[in-house]
Design a protein around this ligand. Structure first.
Ligand code: ADP
Ligand code: FDM
Ligand code: MG
Length: 212
C-alpha cells in the first residue's frame, strides 16, 4: 500500500450508461491534463488487449456465449491482472483517467439479476477510485444519441436496469455530472472536480481499497 505522506497520481474513473459520453470526456480530459503538464494516462476496462480481455471482447460482440457468473469473474480478473501496474503508475505520480471500472462490473452483472453482494465480492481489495465521475443521463436520452451499436447490453430495457444498479453503488467518492449538457460544458464540470482531487492526491491522500 501507499503511506499517507507520499505524493501520488489520482485514480479517476468515469462511469455511466452507454452513450453517456464517457469515452469522449476521457479523451478530452487526458489532452487537457497533458497540456497542463500533469502526468496522466487514459485506461479503459475491459482492457481487451489481454488474453482475458479477448474472451470478454468475443462475449460482448456475441461471437462467444458465456455463463453470467463466468463472464462476471472474467471482467474482475481483467481488473486484477492490471492492478499492480495501476498501483505502480499512481505511486510514480501518474494520474489515471479510467473509462469504466468495478462499478460497471457490479452494475451490469447485477442488472442481469445476479446478487448484488456476490457481484461485489471478487473486486474486494482492488484499488478504489479517488473520484468516480458518474455521467448522469436518462436511458431514453442516451439511446437517442445516434442509436446503439451491435454489442451485448446496448438496448434500452437493459440500460434502465443498469441505471438502477449504479444508484446503489454511489458513495462519498462519487460526483454526479449532468451529462445532458454540451460536450464542452460537461468537460468543464469534470475538470473542476478532477483538479481538486489531483491536488489532494499530490499532497498524500491515501489510496483506498474496494469496497470501503
Ligand atoms: P460512451 O463512451 O459513454 O458510450 P461516447 O463518448 O462514445 O459515450 O459518446 C456517445 C455518442 O454521443 C457519440 O456519438 C458522441 O459524439 C455523443 N455525445 C457525447 N457526449 C455528448 C453530449 N454532451 N451531447 C451530445 N452528444 C454527445
Ligand atoms: N462491462 C464493463 C461489464 O459488463 N462489466 C465490467 O466489469 C465492465 C468493465 O462491457 F456494456 C460492460 C459495459 C459495456 C461493455 O463497453 C464495455 P465499452 O464500450 O468498451 O465501454
Ligand atoms: Mg465508450
Amino acid at each position: 500500500g501507499l503511506s499517507a505522506s507520499e505524493s501520488r497520481g489520482a485514480f479517476i474513473v468515469l462511469e455511466g450508461l452507454d452513450r453517456s459520453g464517457k469515452s469522449s470526456q476521457c479523451a478530452n480530459l487526458l489532452s487537457f491534463l497533458n497540456k497542463q503538464g500533469i502526468a496522466a494516462e487514459a485506461w479503459r476496462f475491459p482492457d481487451r488487449s489481454t488474453g482475458i480481455g479477448n474472451m470478454i471482447s468475443s462475449y460482448l460482440s456475441s461471437s462467444a456465449d458465456l455463463d453470467d457468473r463466468t463472464v462476471h469473474l472474467l471482467f474482475s480478473a481483467n481488473r486484477w491482472e492490471k492492478s499492480s501496474l495501476l498501483e505502480t503508475k499512481l505511486r510514480e505520480g501518474t494520474t489515471l483517467v479510467v473509462d469504466r471500472y468495478s462499478y460497471s462490473g457490479v452494475a451490469f452483472s447485477a442488472a442481469k439479476g445476479l446478487d448484488f453482494n456476490w457481484c461485489k465480492a471478487p473486486d474486494e481489495g482492488l484499488p478504489a477510485a479517488d473520484l468516480v465521475l458518474y455521467l448522469n443521463i436518462s436511458p431514453e436520452i442516451a439511446a437517442a444519441r445516434g442509436g446503439y451499436g451491435a454489442e451485448r447490453y446496448e438496448n434500452l430495457n437493459f440500460q434502465k436496469k443498469v441505471a438502477n444498479c449504479y444508484k446503489r453503488l454511489q458513495d462519498s467518492t462519487w460526483k454526479t455530472i449532468d451529462a445532458t449538457k454540451s460536450i464542452d460544458d460537461v468537460q468543464e464540470d469534470i475538470r473542476k472536480a478532477v483538479l481538486l482531487v489531483i491536488a489532494k492526491c499530490s499532497q498524500g491522500q491515501e489510496l483506498h481499497r474496494l469496497w470501503s
